[in-house]
Ligand binder design. Sequence first.
Ligand SMILES: [Zn+2]
Ligand SMILES: [Zn+2]
Length: 479
Amino acid sequence: MRNLSRNRENPEKVSKLPLIILLFVLIAFLYLFISFLSSEHKTGVMSNAVSESTADAPGNAAGTGADTAETAEGPGPDAAESGPDAEEPSSEPLTFSFVDPATLESLSQSLSSSQEEPADPAVKEFKVYFLNVGQGDSSLIICDGHTMLIDGGPSSQSDTVYSFLETRSISHLDYIVATHPDEDHIGGLAGALNYATVGKALSSVLSDDSESYLNFIKYLDKQGVKPMVPAAGDVFSLGSATVTVLGPINPGNTDNNNSLVLRVVHGNSSFLFTGDAEAEEETDILKSGMEVRSTVLKAGHHGSSSSNGIDWLKAVSPAVVVISCGANNMYGHPATDVLESLKSLNTKVYRTDLQGFLKVSEEEDGSLLYRIQKNATIDVFAPVAAPANETGAPVNDQSGGGQNADDQSGGGQITNATTINRSTPSSEESYVLNTNTMKFHRPGCPSADKIKPKNKEYVTRSREDILQQGYSPCKNCNP
Ligand SMILES: [Zn+2]
Ligand SMILES: [Zn+2]
């Protein structure tokens, strides 16, 4: 019996052998075919990375700059688009499951060498936010997953900037820009640097003894980023947008007139960010002959009359001017004569002091859509006398008796207010948490400044919520 059964098994094994060999040959062939596919994929990504970093390099001379950037940047998005298309969707999961770890590692390295957080080529978008940071300036540009933050308002608004980025999950900024080392522009950059990693930092100076500048450098240091001073005429790309440095033409002027002036162009739209550049720098830029014409102009120096000269406004010829300033600020910004100039030029004006933040987004047909936080119908040219504070408390009574600033956006004045959706219940406040000692502070508290970054957290929550989480109030600032 035993002998018989053995004899029966042997012929079976022999007959299966060719089948197994055939299977092996098939698997080997499949493996070769797949690794061929994956090597193609790898080359595609690498060439894309190279074209991106070329376009990123600043230093093009004025005049030729803009053209160079457009050509250098051209292959970037195209390659990114053709990448996924060229590959059959069904082969993609196979490609990655069979690629050896070394290939995957070099692939991720080639990506990370050009951009810390690769842009998703599928996300084609262009958006510009003018944040409401009280008496200060802060703008955020998003293009195809790439981001640039220009200024961060005063340090009291660090948490505004922090939560603005947090809400939108912007954990990496390709560029952070300090137009000039004044506190109302760079104080709040600390909030951004506490939340997001930074690729490149642009500054108008490499040293300044102001506390806010030293703070800015301190937070950059923690990320191992050194600031660079770009020169007028430098061009770089932000996704499919092109950024040109227009000023300062004569570095070394006083603070405001040494502001970095940037012009961002995307499709048919252009944005001009001027920091606090005053008449002197405006004149220098006009003399340089560089293109200043822009769809949207951020008014210089919070709408002050020392900036925004009529020649400048006529040359820029903006359809829209954004004035970023604090409600009832002590400087009288914006100046009445600037408002009059803008009115006479038939310019549409948005004001952060009256209308909160502004979001400008490019629609599919290339047109720009403007969304404000509140007070769509307010007369931006009329002086507003109602008392208010810089954090966005009620600025006028017409818009709904003493409601919280954010609630006003739901008051039916703005049809598309829901797209902005930044409503915060009135009981919520901004606090700084020390996750180590479990103390919480008001944003301006000196003790909060001493919290180690790894233990520091900015939140906008109700006091009750924070107490419930086990935090106790700081005895200095009594939040
Ligand atoms: Zn300023
Ligand atoms: Zn300034």
